[in-house]
Design a protein around this ligand. Structure first.
Ligand code: FES
Ligand code: FE
Length: 430
């Protein structure tokens, strides 16, 4: 069904409900999953509701500052416990019969407890807790799997790239709640697109370029970086002949901080970057992109502008996903720069963003076109750069594949390699 060594992926993995059910069990219930950012929970009692695969969860900061991830399902009869997207509370009370749980998930209150005649053990009926919860540069992850390696180990070499994005500042915060919208597409299609598909830009986003919504000179210089556990990123430099600002066009005020926080190698890579885009397996993607910002957007006249977004491709059935898209802001930058960065994000990659809409059209078209019995016998092609070797010139961590005027699909193959490992490991065990 998946042959990453040949660059081939069966169409069935995008449309088969049985494959999807296996993914829920064997990918979403077994690996670390991204849930949000610590700045969404600044105070004790702050909570947000999210999903891990199809399972609803509550992410809550308790009075001691610890973050808990709890299955958002009442232990009495299974009603969804908390319906709000976010809020602040000292307890969660079920709307059906009133069972009440502490921030830690412990069952603390049961109406008519006497009627159970001592047979109800409240200690055994707390909300189900994630096996592990951890953060990396403020990004919150959790897993249901008690055998999962520690988060830092799971991230492995992709952490080097995440440092450039999320570790360059001590003051990164979400701009607000994530934007959310539905797409009629399988969740793996945007994942592959963000993990490594640079060559769709010229066709899919060609019109956006003509409108001046991206850099006029699309560059093909950079690296595809594939790392263990299916993570990957593409780091693209500005075209050599294009005048540009250093460090992804970040505000000059944040440069001293990033120079302190990043290693010499990370600074060197960041200096000439125009775009970093990638994916943490399975469904968290990140994008930091610089572009020429027209003055009418409120950006500094004649200067480049950039924005950083994190998104989760939340599966909702084999043929639908919900996008959760956060904009992250470095509060060390001046307010006018942050406002221009926000405007840039909204126009390009927000829910009504031009690039976003270009991409969505492709993913929903694929999911629709592959549904029939003939189409699902086809194989999707990921053979670009098959057999190419990592470059010794790459100074970062992971396997870096130099791109000079061409594109590789190594990261997509790396994703499906990991996907197959997990799916077959699980099939063997159950
Ligand atoms: Fe929650 Fe009954 S289902 S209290
Ligand atoms: Fe795109």
């Amino acid at each position: 069904m998946v042959k990453p060594e040949d660059g081939l992926v069966s169409a069935r993995v995008f449309v088969d409900p049985d494959v999807y059910q296996l993914e829920l069990e064997h990918i979403f219930a077994s690996t670390w999953l991204f849930l949000g950012h610590e700045s969404e929970l600044p105070k004790a009692g702050d909570f947000v509701t999210r999903r891990m695969g199809e399972d609803p969860v509550i992410v809550v900061r308790d009075d001691d500052g610890h973050i808990h991830v709890l299955l958002n399902v009442c232990r009495h009869r299974g009603r969804k416990l908390c319906s709000e997207d976010c809020g602040n509370t000292t307890f969660f009370r079920c709307g059906y019969h009133g069972w009440t749980y502490a921030q830690s998930g412990d069952l603390t209150g049961v109406p008519f407890l006497d009627a159970y005649q001592g047979r109800l053990d409240k200690r055994a009926l707390g909300l189900q807790r994630a096996a592990s919860v951890d953060t990396y540069h403020g990004l919150i992850f959790a897993t249901w799997n008690p055998d999962c390696e520690p988060l830092r180990e799971y991230l492995g070499d992709i952490a080097w790239t995440l440092d450039i994005l999320f570790g360059r500042t001590d003051r990164m915060e979400v701009a607000g709640p994530p934007l959310r919208w539905l797409i009629d597409a399988n969740w793996k299609l945007p994942v592959g697109n963000f993990a490594g598909d640079g060559h769709h830009l010229m066709t899919t986003h060609g019109f956006s370029g003509a409108l001046g919504l991206k850099a006029k000179r699309a560059s093909r210089r950079g690296y595809s970086v594939a790392t263990a556990n299916g993570h990957g990123a593409v780091l693209t430099n500005w075209a050599k002949e294009t005048a540009h600002q250093p460090y992804l066009a970040l505000a000059s005020e944040v440069v001293p901080e990033l120079e302190r926080n990043l290693s010499a190698g990370q600074r060197l890579v960041l200096r000439d970057l125009q775009v970093i885009v990638g994916n943490v397996f399975p469904n968290m993607s990140f994008l930091d992109t610089a572009s020429h910002s027209p003055a009418e957007w409120g950006g500094p006249e004649g200067l480049d502008m950039s924005f950083l977004t994190v998104r989760q491709w939340q599966p909702r059935g084999v043929g639908q996903l919900e996008v959760w898209s956060w904009l992250l802001l470095d509060k060390s930058a001046p307010v006018p720069w942050l406002e221009a960065s926000t405007a840039c994000y909204e126009r390009v990659f927000g829910v009504a963003g031009v690039f976003e809409q270009d991409d969505t059209e492709n993913w929903s078209s694929i999911s629709s076109a592959l549904r029939g019995p003939m189409a699902r016998r086809l194989w999707a092609d990921y053979r670009m750069g098959l057999g190419v070797s990592p470059s010794p010139e790459w100074i970062g961590q992971g396997q870096g594949y130099l791109q000079q005027g061409q594109f590789w699909e190594v990261n997509e193959r790396n994703f499906y390699q990991r996907w197959r490992e997990l799916m077959t490991r699980c099939s063997a065990s159950g």
